[in-house]
Design a protein around this ligand. Structure first.
Ligand SMILES: [Zn+2]
Length: 467
């Protein structure tokens, strides 16, 4: 057998175990998985003895906002960061200018990604214009799913969110009906708008401008109430809902209750809720201003439990690049600084650190950052798994090395906003990232090119309903 690339002697993370194998790649796919590769000849052989071979991570919640605000980051800069972090596919949220809520905007963003992306990408659409024709157009173009906010647009950013924000129940009801017809997944940013506006008004009236006031404006019940409203509304509709960035115990408890009575909802959390708490606000200031906010240690423990018992399907980054000047606005006016932080370069490191520390198995880590997301969104078994026939999206991971995050090594354009992780050390290291059979990151350097990433479209018939 002839292959393009043969990866030898790696400990391969298969779906149910980790075993030493040789892996042959040809034309962007995995075509051989063998305990012994005698008889396979290769153009390129990589000796991965002592290394783990992992499926590349699939970040199902990612932002670069191209082509709006290129100074914050674009498809090229932010997918280079993804490649450096061992993320081989990103699902990009529709926040842009204009918001990705029509077929025309979708096509324009798709062409941009195909030109510029270093890793594979899927694109969400926004259904909030409540226009069936536009929704159908985005589906036929290959939308990976839809995204809805139950909040109003952040202050001063209405243009980026037009078609995304559905704070009123009647519009939300209509949007859920429209996305249910598509069979695709609809991710939801669930916070109750009336309550958070009321809490915010109280805090502004009290002249609060300290960063913890942001957390107080969106306490746990703001998130829990929105999820309960959403899931109750969806009972008779049956859309494939996915709760974005679950941050704490109360939200998780609501999801558990609905799942126990047959709701097909899925949910994710993010590394910042797993590795940081509100105690980090003092150190990071507005750079840790994120929606929903960082919470307490008890919430962090609850989120870990939710991952372990399967209530939470995936860990995603919500990677959100902004400018230092934008985050620094908080010094004058906390409420005017945009929420969000970068993190795509630390996703796999963080989760694999927990695997190498034996908190979770390597297989569980890979489920959480790759396989489950691929199954939920309908791109499995093409992506998210190391198997014969799957795309050759792979990471060679050195379990013996250590990685300490320093802003100079980061590829995200928002490296100066990455205060949460700056100085943090992880067990293990992303040694090489392979996208569609081609090495795009190796030994600290980007070696891929814009356009190496492919557009990823889902198969609605493969969207997995129950986890
Ligand atoms: Zn987000």
């Amino acid at each position: 057998m002839q292959v393009d690339t043969l990866i030898k002697n790696a400990r391969v993370a298969l779906e149910t175990d980790v075993s030493e194998m040789d892996v042959g790649l040809r034309d962007g796919r995995i075509i051989a998985l063998a305990a012994d590769s005698t008889g396979i000849s290769a153009d390129e052989t990589i000796d991965a003895a002592g290394k783990l071979l992992l499926p590349g991570a699939i970040d199902i919640h990612f932002h670069c906002r191209a082509p709006a605000y290129p100074q914050r980051g674009d498809f090229a800069t932010e997918t280079r960061a993804a490649a450096a972090g061992g993320v081989t596919t990103v699902f990009e949220m529709p926040i842009s200018k204009p918001c990705c809520a029509t077929g025309d905007v979708f096509r324009m963003r798709k062409a941009l990604g195909e030109r510029d992306a270093y890793v594979n990408f899927g694109l969400y659409g926004a259904p909030g214009l409540l226009d069936r024709g536009e929704i159908d157009d985005m589906v036929s173009e290959g939308a990976i799913g839809f995204k809805i906010f139950m909040t109003a647009a952040p202050k001063g950013r209405d243009d980026e969110f037009e078609g995304l924000c559905l704070p009123q129940a009647p519009e939300l009801y209509q949007a859920l009906n429209l996305v249910a017809e598509t069979g695709l997944v609809c991710a939801v940013h669930a916070e109750n708008n009336q309550l958070l506006e009321w809490h915010t008004a109280q805090l502004i009236q009290a002249n609060r401008n300290d960063v913890p006031a942001h957390g107080e404006s969106r306490p746990p019940h703001v998130e829990a109430l929105a999820i309960a409203t959403l899931l109750a509304l969806n009972e008779s509709i049956g859309a494939n809902l996915h709760i974005a960035h679950v941050s704490g115990a109360e939200a998780l408890a609501v999801i558990r209750r609905f799942k126990a009575t047959g709701s097909t909802v899925s949910a994710e959390t993010c590394p910042h809720y797993l590795f940081f708490t509100e105690a980090d606000l003092e150190r990071c200031g507005p750079y840790a201003k994120i929606n929903p906010p960082l919470r307490k240690e008890a919430d962090q423990a609850a989120i870990w439990d939710g991952l372990l018992d399967g209530t939470l399907l995936a860990i995603t980054t919500d990677h959100s690049p902004f400018l230092v000047e934008e985050k620094e606005r908080a010094r004058e006016d906390l409420w005017a600084a945009p929420p969000g932080a970068p993190g795509v370069e630390e996703l796999l490191l963080g989760v694999m650190h927990e695997a190498l520390s034996k908190r979770i198995s390597v297989n569980k880590a890979i489920e959480l950052v790759a396989t489950n997301g691929a199954k939920r969104f309908g791109v499995y078994p093409e992506r998210g798994v190391i198997a014969v026939g799957a795309a050759a999206d792979l990471v060679i991971y050195d379990p013996e090395a250590e990685t300490t995050i320093h802003r100079d090594m980061l590829f995200t354009q928002a490296r100066d906003c990455d205060k949460l992780y700056d100085g943090m050390s992880f067990k293990g290291k992303v040694e090489r990232t392979i996208v569609n059979g081609k090495t795009v990151f190796h030994d600290g350097d980007i070696v891929g090119a814009p356009g190496d990433g492919q557009f990823v479209r889902p198969d609605a018939a493969r969207v997995q309903q129950v986890f």
